[in-house]
Design a protein around this ligand. Structure first.
Ligand code: CS2
Length: 534
């Protein structure tokens, strides 16, 4: 049997016989280099980090384009480091599935240290603060999901965790943003050393979102005397601290049983999946599609890794904004959300199966081509039509990618405004287009409200995916006519649906979708057919 750990790594022939590509560098040396000269710290070391970022870092190490690895850091209480990384000596198996069904397997060793940002674990905390104080540090990156950056609740007030962190000594922080701010304070006090904070999440203007949250925490601490005012000037001085915008694209499903079975068939042991108390699914392996795009604003005051050698596009701010807007608000994520919500309602377990359902394929095509493309932003470096074609014809229908509507439906309250707001706004502002004419986007919004009932189109209850606003929204939905209130909530949709002339339409669609067994499919059929005949 093959073990995924340092000892198992010695059995080079056996790994190769199992078709697993091994790291081509001296891990011990790289680990030591990283301890002495840390360059890169990452928060949120989940599946997308491993499939994309840790793989890129390995790629650089293999080529000799880097000589240090990544330090992964976690907030107090997070389970990933202890559950997933440490039992395997920080090694990961990355499995990529190509469209012909081939599994490409790589053993990643580019994570060299895993540390808790927790002062009650003094060894970890001391190593992490030392890394933040080291001149060699170039970047701190993040994949903490859209909600990770938020310090507020649904009413726009600071949430409890944030408030607790504002009131206490920075070292006691628990919210990831406050934890990072506390560490940044060490770097500032060491002599305002330069650094880039790099968000790799799917929020529009992700770097700006990160900057806003981090500086909010800094201001709160300055007001209460926990930090000096120079700390804020440091964070706001773009010659010293940057928050590059990024666009990151790689479909990384939850660990799949099919992949697990294949790895076990090859004799690799201990590949079980675990679920954390925060409902994240992880395993010692990660599975993802092969396609990937990363575009990063090239602004790194302390220097940066040779990202180009890992295939990333380095570009200017405007191009990143345009590429990210193209992907997140038109050509990929809105279609994903449409398939996620309708897929959960109609009992699907795989995105690729949904793409074989003519009705859902039509919904996907309409969201992307008919409603999205007319107002898409063209980034210049990638063609929106080509990108969309690849999404609709190759990526989503790929049967070897075990992606589920249930995964993508998670946190929809945090995504729906980002994913559809841009297009809605563009229609509202357009001289010749009218938001009130839209059909497919309103259908998705109606379907999401219908989804919140937790009853499938077959009349059976299903498990709603986790979402920070779930309890509040479900409670609201119990009141008669509450749907209007939800649709008028601009904190959800990012635009005023009333001003868009869409509230009555969505309300009608929602009511039709709520008329018993089969009503969701019937409503989709009727509306999409009517749209086609216009
Ligand atoms: C998905 C994304 O979870 C989601 O909401 O839409 O994770 C998607 O897979 C990535 O953005 C693809 O790049």
């Amino acid at each position: 049997m093959l073990e995924l750990n340092e000892r198992g790594l010695q059995h080079v022939r056996a790994w190769e016989a199992a078709g697993v590509e091994l790291p081509q560098y001296d891990r011990k040396q790289i680990t030591e280099n990283t301890r002495n000269r840390p360059r890169w710290i990452h928060f949120g070391a989940g599946n997308i980090f491993r499939s994309l970022i840790a793989k890129a870092a390995q790629n650089l190490l293999n080529q000799g384009a880097a000589d240090t690895g990544i330090i992964i850091a976690a907030t107090p209480g997070s389970e990933t480091l202890n559950q997933i990384y440490r039992p395997h000596d920080l090694l990961t198996l990355a499995v990529e599935m190509s469209a012909d069904g081939t599994f490409h397997k790589k053993l990643l060793a580019s994570v060299t240290h895993a540390l808790y940002a927790d002062p009650t674990l003094p060894e970890d905390y001391a190593q992490l603060t030392a890394a933040f104080e080291n001149e060699s540090l170039q970047l701190v990156s993040f994949t903490i999901t859209e909600k990770g950056y938020s310090l507020t609740n649904a009413d726009g007030e600071y949430n409890e965790q944030a408030r607790r962190d504002f009131e206490a000594d920075p070292a006691q922080a628990t919210h990831v943003i406050a934890v990072v701010a506390a560490l940044a304070l060490y770097r500032y006090r060491k002599g305002s050393l330069p650094l880039a904070f790099v968000s790799l999440d799917n929020c529009s203007r992700n770097g700006d979102v990160l900057r806003a949250s981090l500086t909010t925490v800094a201001k709160q601490w300055i007001e209460r005397g926990y930090a000096e005012s120079g700390f804020l000037h440091y964070l706001e001085d773009s010659n010293l601290v940057s928050f590059p915008l990024t666009m990151v694209d790689k479909i990384t499903p939850r660990p799949s049983e099919i992949v697990q079975a294949e790895l076990e068939r090859l004799g690799i042991e201990g590949m079980n999946t675990s679920t954390s108390s925060r409902h994240t699914y992880s395993a010692p392996f990660v599975n993802a599609e092969q396609v990937e795009y990363v575009v990063i604003e090239d602004h790194f005051p302390a220097g940066r890794p040779d990202f180009e050698a890992a295939g990333f596009y380095m570009s200017n701010r405007e191009t990143v904004i345009r590429t990210e807007t193209m992907k997140v608000t038109t050509c990929l994520n809105p279609i994903h959300t449409a398939l996620a919500i309708t897929g959960c309602l109609l009992g699907y377990k795989k995105i690729s199966d949904e793409m074989r359902d003519p009705l859902l394929r039509q919904l996907a095509e309409n969201i992307g081509r008919h409603e999205g493309l007319p107002v898409v932003v063209d980034p210049g470096i990638l063609s929106p039509a080509t990108f969309l074609g690849e999404v609709l014809q190759e990526r989503f229908p790929n049967p070897y990618i075990p992606d589920t509507p249930q995964r993508i439906a998670a946190d929809t309250s945090q995504k729906i405004g980002i994913r559809f707001g841009h297009t809605l706004r563009a229609y509202m502002e357009h001289p010749n287009l009218n938001a009130a004419d839209l059909v497919s986007i309103p259908l998705v919004i109606a379907a999401w409200c219908r989804y919140l009932q937790g009853i499938g189109d077959d009349g059976q209850p299903f498990e709603i995916s986790p979402d920070p606003r779930l309890d509040e929204l479900r409670q609201r939905l119990e009141q008669p006519e509450a749907i209007r209130g939800i649709l008028s909530d601009t904190s959800l949709f990012g635009v005023d649906l009333q001003a868009a002339g869409l509230i009555e339409k969505i309300e009608r669609m929602y009511k039709e979708m709520s008329e018993g067994v089969g009503a969701v499919r019937r409503t989709l059929e009727r509306e999409l057919n009517a749209e086609r005949s216009v």
